[in-house]
Design a protein around this ligand. Structure first.
Ligand code: FPP
Ligand code: MG
Length: 265
């Protein structure tokens, strides 16, 4: 049944045109359960580039295009929050060339989509940069702060760009904040509970994570949203490399998600 569903989605866009079919499918999906917070581990860009004999950076750039398409579908469906793992603190171990290029891709992509009339403006998205901003070069830092500032009053949806991020850093950061509160005698140990801990995370004021999707066949969390994954979070691992993760691959997954939610209800 699973593969039949995937197979069916190969044909409608060829028959009726991409945009019209996309809108018809989204309209139908809106009748089912729509996840409120979806997270993506965008893995497999370099393997995609190797497979297609192009530069690694090309894989990352096309990775951003894939994210943009999925984000559009999520927003049209009514997903309220999307979190994307754009750069792990571990990625600083890669070559300077690749790190600099990735930083530039994130900086330029964010500037592009926040331009007046572009995606963020069109859908009313608030962008948050979640991570250790002290590690960013000044030009990248300035650009992302500008993006956050210019979108902070948008209320329809939130895009969390996790960059440069690891859960272990986020959790240590929360502990540091709480210890400071205790040192300043603003709290006593008994005040420390899940709520206070969460309030001090980088990704605070966030909706419960309904669904985490990782591409490229790797079945690991890789230090991503380890606090946020809760007992009811769905986790899906798919084989496609990230740049190949199209909306037409996403639609059958959404249908399965909705069928699964009906069974669980
Ligand atoms: C993982 O694939 C992907 C990354 C390290 C970078 C992902 C970043 C983007 C797609 C840009 C997103 C931009 C914005 C604005 C959110 P990999 O390099 O680990 O590939 P591999 O697993 O094949 O080695
Ligand atoms: Mg990888």
């Amino acid at each position: 049944m699973g593969s039949l569903l995937d197979w069916l989605f190969h044909f409608p866009p060829l028959l009726w045109g991409l945009e019209q079919t996309e809108d018809i499918v989204i309209k139908a999906l809106k009748h089912g359960k729509v996840p409120q917070h979806v997270a993506f581990v965008m893995d497999g860009n370099r393997r995609w580039a190797r497979k297609h004999r192009v530069e690694t950076i090309e894989g990352h750039s096309l990775g951003f295009e894939a994210l943009k398409n999925l984000l559009r579908v999520c927003l049209k469906m009514g997903v309220k929050e999307v979190s994307a793992f754009a750069f792990s603190i571990e990625n600083f171990k890669r070559s300077k060339y690749e790190v600099d290029a990735l930083m530039d891709i994130v900086k330029n992509s964010l500037t592009q989509i926040t331009a007046h009339g572009d995606m963020v403006d069109q859908y009313g998205i608030r962008i948050r940069i979640v991570g250790d901003l002290n590690r960013l070069k000044p030009d990248v830092y300035e650009a992302v702060v500008k993006v956050v500032e210019s979108t902070k009053n948008n209320t329809r949806a939130t895009l969390n760009v996790c960059f440069p991020y690891t859960s272990r850093h986020e959790i240590s950061h929360s502990v540091q904040n709480i210890v400071r509160l205790a040192e300043d005698e603003k709290i006593v140990p008994e005040d420390i509970d899940e709520g206070l801990f969460e309030k001090n995370l980088l990704l605070n004021d966030s909706l419960p994570l309904d669904w985490l999707i990782r591409t490229s066949g790797v079945e690991r969390l890789s230090d991503f949203l380890m606090w946020q994954v809760h007992e009811d979070s769905e986790i899906s691992f798919i084989d496609n490399y990230w740049p190949d993760f199209s909306v037409w691959r996403f639609f059958p997954m959404l249908i399965r998600y909705q069928l699964q939610s009906q069974q669980d209800a």
